[in-house]
Design a protein around this ligand. Structure first.
Ligand code: PLP
Length: 393
């Protein structure tokens, strides 16, 4: 481990014209103007429409499906975190943001995406392909030559790094430059890393998407998504898609996300440090066959992750010894870890991903995805160690 994941702020660039660093932006951003007696915290603006008469202007809020001040509080903070020049766009869910971005693939166009992308992204792309709207090429995103070769006939490059749940690391600077050279629109799902750890727009991406549901909101109590870009024309198309398809968040969900983001830096620092420690210990565990975590020096993605990320994330993939039944029994024996899908909340979650029939067959049947939360790492370890030790090797 390097010192990088222990101190996010030391390496992070100052964001925005006021030079504030990201761990300050999450606290100071999205607040009311500093006037006497102004509330310190932002309001939840509940309205479906806005006053207006005469010739409508482009800047009008007009209607609740087009804009909302509470969304904008979050959108401004997200843009600063991702180093974007334009406000982010908040969506009803991560998948709604992804659907909006995939609408940028032209009719009959080609989409290139990692074979281990988020399951919903893969299903969405497959659905567009099945309806004859686009063609989809899936690639091993860790194999840079394979991805670059696929770009020649492509319109949009979809990237996820590290991937879910295999934790493969894409060479983002090289792939994003290759896409740019060929005029291929490049989008990165940055959910796993968070903008504190990886900023794809700075590495050359056109659009970044987030499942805000995960680390950004961080408390497993809200479903929300976002898209971020510095390209005004692209943002205009995404915004129009959001308005026309109605994939808009509720103001309360937006407010909850900002409330959660206040502690993003603390949560991410803590959970990354714990993930690194658990990955190290799991590697030594007699009932463990394989551990994937980019922070492990022997991990295939380690060098790339160290070069392009300010840390290694808080997701660990582990393949215990034993068959599916034995691994399921170990999951059921856990007391502190919660067996559940999703990730990025304060509480640690574990899931055998192949319990979902849609999960790619290339994911090992017994692979467990650990989303490391912010509990005491010794308690997390004691629970894991005890449950795994029950596996008959
Ligand atoms: C959860 C997730 C999504 C989908 O987001 P929702 O908010 O559940 O719609 C997309 N990408 C990744 C990497 C995710 O983990």
């Amino acid at each position: 481990m390097t010192a990088r994941s222990e101190d996010l702020s030391a390496h992070a660039p100052a964001h925005g014209s006021d030079g504030l660093r990201p761990d300050t932006v999450v606290v100071a951003g999205g607040r009311p103007a500093p006037e006497h007696d102004a509330p310190v915290g932002p309001s939840i603006v509940l309205t479906s429409t806005y006053r207006g008469s005469g010739e409508p202007r482009d800047s009008d809020r007009a209607y609740g499906r087009f804009s909302n001040p509470t969304w904008e509080d979050v959108e401004g903070v997200l843009a600063r975190l991702e180093c974007a020049r334009l406000p982010a766009l908040l969506y009803a869910s991560g998948l709604a943001a992804i659907a909006s971005v995939l609408s940028l693939v032209p009719a009959g166009g080609r989409l290139v995406m990692p074979r281990h992308s988020y399951q919903g992204s893969l299903q969405l792309a497959a659905d567009l392909e099945a309806r004859g709207l686009i063609s989809v090429v899936t690639v091993d995103v860790a194999d840079t030559d394979e991805v670059v070769a696929a770009l020649d006939a492509a319109d949009v490059l979809w990237l996820e790094s590290p991937t879910n749940p295999m934790l493969e690391v894409a060479d983002l600077p090289v792939l994003l430059a290759a896409a740019r050279e060929r005029g291929v629109l490049a989008c990165v799902d940055n959910t796993f890393a968070t903008p504190l750890v990886q900023r794809p727009l700075e590495l050359g991406a056109d659009v970044v998407v987030h499942s805000v549901t995960k680390y950004l909101a961080g408390h497993s109590d809200v479903v929300l998504g976002a898209a971020v870009t510095s390209d005004a024309a692209l943002r205009g198309r995404l915004q129009q898609h959001r308005s026309l398809h109605g994939a808009v968040p509720g103001p309360f969900e937006a407010w909850l996300a900002l409330r959660g983001m206040r502690t993003l830096a603390l949560r991410v620092e803590r959970s990354m440090a714990s993930a690194a420690e658990l990955a190290r210990r799991l590697q030594e565990h007699p009932a463990v066959r394989e551990v994937r975590y980019p922070g492990l020096p022997g991990d295939p993605g380690h060098a790339r992750a160290a070069a392009q990320m300010d840390g290694f994330g808080s997701i660990v993939a582990v393949v215990p010894s034993g068959d599916v039944a034995a691994v399921e029994a170990a999951v059921d024996a856990l007391r502190l870890w919660t067996p559940a899908t999703s990730l990025g909340g304060v509480e640690s979650l574990v899931e055998r991903r192949r319990r979902h029939h849609e999960e790619p067959r290339t994911v090992p049947e017994t692979l467990l995805r650990l989303s490391v939360g912010i509990e005491n790492v010794e308690d997390l370890w004691a629970d894991l160690d005890r449950a795994l030790s029950g596996i008959d090797r």
